[in-house]
Design a protein around this ligand. Structure first.
Ligand code: XMP
Length: 518
């Protein structure tokens, strides 16, 4: 569906390949990541990239069956940029030489000094005589391919920056895409400019194209969309609503595990404000009933996941003539990853998802966010008129408050939890901290403790406050609130929420903890 100028990133399995794509998207350049073994000559002809980037990766060009791109990449006549392993591949393919590590491996921060002759892709960077970069390599280039020259060196990488300017081939040993290469984005900016990209990838343009594509796909058929109130499903629903109006029906499954006033707010916003066809499936009795007496975290998750699918299906079956199911799948979910370890990874938590539902129901999928990263979805949401406060909301897990209520879930505990959470979030907003925090919430603990209020003894629940900073939820640090903030918040919760007489602050990072308590 995209008619944009396209850049191809060939992935050799680096942990940070996605960051290259993000840097490019920030420059309004459309790019896709594809694993090296899927990039054939036919693929290249079809994709027609305006430039190619070869990513880093854990392999060695010496290994048997070392990952390589097709050599056609170098005869397309488009600029090519090699990053780390991508540089080694380039040298290897074009007649240079790579050597094994042997004491020259470099991991972490390094300083690169430019040569006297300045390279255009370094414009605006390397204004000083050494610049910080992030290296992560065992092998290194020991002889350049014909036509290449050196434009920057580091103590352990004599070929830190190399190029064959006449063919527009550039290759660096470090990772310009990571945060620890503070000015690395400049290199990508110069590279795409040199490749002639005009910056035609904007969410404003995407919105119109996505609407046209939805109309072409759906025709006059009906579409169902599961709306959770989270950013991805909300933006999906809004986009579909603009595209096909009344042909869309959204189902909002209320499992009774939402935050204070959340269900009412979501319904008011989408049904009353945006005029969406919205079914409010209030099934809280069903969910809470089935969860009664259950305290094992995985059992809770399985119950909620299973019921969710049943309930969704029940309501969807009632929507006459529906042929499509809209889902807020994002680009990171569809990037095929290059796996070198191959082994299955351990399940820490079985995540709530409704995968498999479309086949079961015989529905076709509409996934208008498949090409977007999360930050692009937020920009698109703004384009579609969703309020900034809504788009910037902290993530909320599918199983909701169930996983913030360790042990048995009771209605009493849920009510207490909702109130405490509301006070905590209000405190965070009042102190202007909401946007600095990735996620903040209260967990109600399955213990009662003794306290004293006025002259009386109390015997109430303890709760834990959680607030973390994170980029993607994969790793996280606890947020360093001041003691004043914590003290004030604890006082407010104990005074305002009947049923809690003790407040603790969770200072576990992830790993070893997880963000949620279950
Ligand atoms: P954990 O607790 O695994 O959470 O460190 C990482 C992020 O994922 C969210 N989370 C979920 N989101 N369904 C979701 O949609 C789930 O089942 C689920 N479990 C955890 C969690 O809130 C955090 O942002």
């Amino acid at each position: 569906m995209t008619h944009h100028e396209r850049l191809l990133i060939i992935d050799f399995g680096s942990q940070v390949t996605q960051l290259i794509a993000r840097r490019l998207r920030e420059l309004n350049v459309y790019c896709e990541i594809h694993p090296f073994n899927k990039v054939t000559d036919a693929f290249l002809a079809d994709f027609a990239p305006k430039a190619v980037i070869l990513s880093g990766g854990p392999a060695s060009v010496f290994a048997d069956g070392a990952p390589m791109p097709p050599t056609t990449v170098f005869t397309l006549g488009v600029p090519v940029l090699g990053i780390c392993y991508g540089q080694q591949v380039m040298m290897h393919c074009l007649g240079g030489h790579v050597e094994r590590g042997h004491g020259t491996a470099e991991f972490g921060r390094a300083f690169v000094t430019p040569t006297a002759e300045k390279l255009s892709i370094l414009n605006g960077w390397f204004e000083t005589d050494r610049e910080q970069v992030w290296m992560s390599h065992g092998d290194h280039v020991s002889r350049l391919a014909p036509g290449f020259a050196v434009y920057g060196t580091s103590p352990n990488a004599p070929f830190a920056i190399t190029a064959d300017v006449s063919r527009n081939f550039y290759a660096v040993q470090f990772h310009p895409e990571v945060h620890h290469t503070p000015n690395g984005a400049k290199l990508y900016e110069n590279f795409v400019r040199l490749a002639g990209f005009t910056g035609d990838w904007t969410m404003e343009a995407y919105r119109d194209q996505a609407i046209a594509a939805i109309r072409a796909q759906v025709g006059d058929k009906r579409v169902i969309c599961g709306l959770s109130g989270g950013v991805d499903s909300s933006v999906t629903a809004m986009l579909l609503h603009e595209a096909i109006g009344d042909q869309l029906t959204c189902v909002f499954v209320d499992h009774g595990l939402l935050r204070q006033n959340e269900a009412a707010e979501v319904v008011a916003m989408f049904r009353d404000n945006y005029n969406l066809n919205l079914i409010h499936a209030d099934e809280s009795e069903l969910f809470l009933g089935k969860l009664e007496g259950v305290s094992d975290p995985e059992t809770k998750r399985k119950i909620i996941g299973g019921l969710f699918i049943d309930v969704f299906q029940k309501y969807a079956n009632g929507i006459e003539g529906a042929e499509f199911l809209a889902q807020g799948t994002l680009y990171p979910d569809v990037i095929e990853s290059v796996s070198f370890s191959g082994g299955p990874s351990v399940t820490i938590k079985s995540h709530h998802n409704v995968g498999g539902l479309p086949e079961k129901m015989g529905l076709k999928l509409v996934e208008p966010l498949r090409e977007l990263f999360k930050d692009e979805v937020r920009v698109l949401g703004r384009e579609l008129g969703l309020p900034a406060s809504f788009i910037g909301r902290h993530p909320f897990p599918g199983p909701g408050l169930a996983i913030r209520c360790p042990g048995e879930i009771t209605r009493e505990k849920l009510e207490i939890l909702k109130k405490a959470d509301a006070v905590y979030i209000d405190q965070i907003r009042k102190h202007g901290l909401y946007d600095e925090i990735w996620q903040a919430f209260v967990a109600i603990l399955p213990v009662r403790t003794v306290g004293v209020m006025g002259d009386g003894r109390t015997y109430d629940f303890a709760c834990a406050l959680r607030a973390v900073t994170s980029v993607d939820g994969m790793t996280a640090d606890y947020y360093p609130f001041t003691h004043d903030f914590l003290g004030e918040t604890a006082t407010r919760i104990i005074n305002e929420v009947q049923g809690i007489n003790r407040v603790t602050y969770d200072i576990t990072s992830k790993p070893p903890g997880t963000i949620e308590w279950e």
